[in-house]
Write a protein that binds this ligand. Structure first.
Ligand code: ATP
Ligand code: MG
Length: 276
């Protein structure tokens, strides 16, 4: 067996450094399933948030978080995305999301991150539960000025019959991928990636490790009732659309060493959805 020479080691190190450089300016979505306990109303996982922010702080341009047991819970209570809701009820969901985003923001500030919180209710309009219009001019200008942005799944005005509806963190990842054109978009959830079936319900589910965006939708089965935003099916369709722009990775947000390995360009467990 041939031993590694200095030249080989140098080229491995360079490759690793190059891979690390590639994994900067990311868009990262912190799943609500990671940063909150979805089983108990408004229960943040403060330590998990702090650890993730510590690992990710120099790596992202846009950090997005989901609703978890904040937004989803209150959204369910008021019937958001199921029936027309009043301004007052929409506001309850918004306030709940504000409580969660303030926790994430505080963690970021503990790490001295320079980041601007922008809420989708101010730049997104839906129609019949679907994205209708994004007022993106200000976002484009922030990008040009090198801003880092924190945003989150939110309630937005819906000009269809519902009055208000959800703009999910997953859809925001698509909106920001279009504007920021990152090297990759990373989704962190409470399982190891995208499986052929729901891994919590079906033990025969297999992790999809590497797949192209165009093959993804056919390769998976998911429950469609996981949350108010359409569950895994909608998430996978959104990821497919993001993969038309850039590579997407879905990783377990609880497995911090795995996340660090990924960010260092080492082997990791997760799903890679290749662009195209
Ligand atoms: N084929 C599948 N592969 C992976 N997870 C799946 C699949 N089908 C269903 N799921 C479920 O989807 C869940 C993740 O989606 P969920 O919307 O609950 O989390 P999230 O997006 O992190 O939270 P939030 O919407 O609050 O940001 C997992 O816990 C898993 O049980
Ligand atoms: Mg979700």
């Amino acid at each position: 067996m041939r031993h590694l020479g200095d030249q080989d080691i140098l080229s491995i190190l360079l490759k690793q450094e190059w891979r690390e450089l590639l994994l900067r300016d990311l868009i990262v979505k912190l799943g609500g399933s990671v940063i909150t306990n979805k089983a108990v109303k408004e229960s943040p996982r403060i330590d998990v948030i702090r650890s993730l922010v510590g690992i990710l702080k120099d790596r992202f341009r846009v950090l997005i978080h989901g609703g978890g047991s904040f937004g989803h819970y209150v959204a369910y209570e008021v019937g958001l995305n199921r029936r027309p809701v009043s301004f007052e009820d929409a506001l309850k969901v918004m306030k709940s999301m504000d409580r969660l985003s303030n926790i994430v923001l505080r963690s970021l500030e503990e790490f001295n991150a320079k980041i601007l919180l922008i809420r989708p209710r101010e730049f997104v309009i839906n129609k019949e539960l679907r994205l209708y219009k994004v007022f993106e001019d200000a976002l484009v200008e922030y990008k040009k000025r090198g801003a880092n942005i924190l945003t989150h799944g939110d309630v937005v005005v819906d000009i269809g019959k519902y009055n208000f509806s959800v703009c999910s963190g997953d859809v925001l990842a698509l909106i920001f991928a279009r504007i920021f054109r990152p090297k990759a978009v990373i989704f962190l959830s409470d399982v190891d990636g995208i499986y052929t079936k729901d891994p919590k319900r079906d033990p025969s589910a297999k992790l999809i490790e590497d797949i192209s965006g165009s093959e993804l939708v056919g390769a998976f089965e998911g429950s469609s009732s996981t949350d108010v935003t359409g569950g895994m099916k909608l998430k996978v369709e959104t990821i497919k659309r993001i993969s038309e722009i850039t590579d997407v990775y879905v990783l377990n947000g609880f497995k911090l060493d795995n996340l660090k390995r990924f960010l260092s360009g080492d082997d990791f467990v997760g799903t890679r959805i290749r662009r195209g």
